[in-house]
Ligand binder design. Structure first.
Ligand SMILES: [Zn+2]
Length: 160
């Protein structure tokens, strides 16, 4: 299982999937954050963190993950640095052209609105940047663990 996931994520590309599906996946990736999402999924599995669902339905902003254990209301977004306008990775294209600046500003505003609405509904919202997942994946895992623990969920730490 672990090996399958690792193969799947090697170089951020999709190895070992049928060509047709790989094509579809790349097109999704072009739109958003498929790679980051898969990376976090693999990390959660590796770390033995349970109780999450991917792409929960009916939530504003379409979070990528939701932890729905007893008394835990946590949603996690994994954001591609480019599309969501990561302040650290500011892509040259995003700071230069007016079109991109405007588009990314709209994306960021939408992200903020979604987070506000989710918080108002009682969720804790975690936003994880693509660069955090590729550079310091274990820090991301620790951050999620800490939040889950704080929210009163003992199961993740029990599995380590
Ligand atoms: Zn970034």
């Amino acid at each position: 299982m672990e090996r399958v996931l690792r193969n799947l994520l090697k170089d951020g590309a999709f190895h070992g999937v049928p060509r047709e599906r790989s094509k579809t996946m790349s097109s999704i990736r072009g739109r958003g954050n498929r790679t980051t999402e898969l990376r976090l999924r693999a990390l959660l599995i590796q770390a033995g963190i349970r109780g999450w669902r991917i792409h929960p339905r009916g939530l504003v902003g379409s979070p990528d993950f939701m932890f729905d254990l007893h008394c835990v209301r946590l949603v996690v977004f994994t954001d591609g640095c480019f599309w969501h306008g990561c302040p650290r990775c500011a892509h040259p294209m995003a700071t230069r052209g007016h079109f991109w600046r405007a588009k990314l500003a709209r994306n960021r505003a939408r992200d903020r609105r979604a987070a506000r609405a989710l918080r108002a509904a009682g969720y804790v919202v975690l936003r994880i940047w693509e660069h955090q997942l590729s550079e310091r994946p274990m820090l991301v895992v620790e951050r999620i663990r800490r939040v889950l623990k704080k929210l009163g969920n003992r199961r993740p730490s029990a599995t380590t």
